[in-house]
Design a binder for this molecule. Sequence first.
Ligand code: ZN
Length: 99
Amino acid sequence: MPNLTKIQPEDATNALLGFDNGEEFRVPYLTLRFECPCATCVDEMTGKRTLRKETLRADVKPKQILPVGRYGISIAWTDGHSTGMYHFDRLYEIARKEL
Ligand SMILES: [Zn+2]
């Protein structure tokens, strides 16, 4: 899996994600927020997503993005949610799904 090399705002509703294999993807903020992998959004026992998309604000955006080691980022969102740690592998999967 490629490593994330950049994540930046693309426009009002999309982020631009770049990977070290040269691929770039536009991914809606809402998708990134919905795919949050934290224990609040996904049941740790079953792996089932407990977060429902209709409960998210359509205009949700990252407020702060911080690196986590060499393998991931954490995103603090404008809706106050900040417990999600996104592994690069997971970000790549999310980005590919949006193609
Ligand atoms: Zn979460």
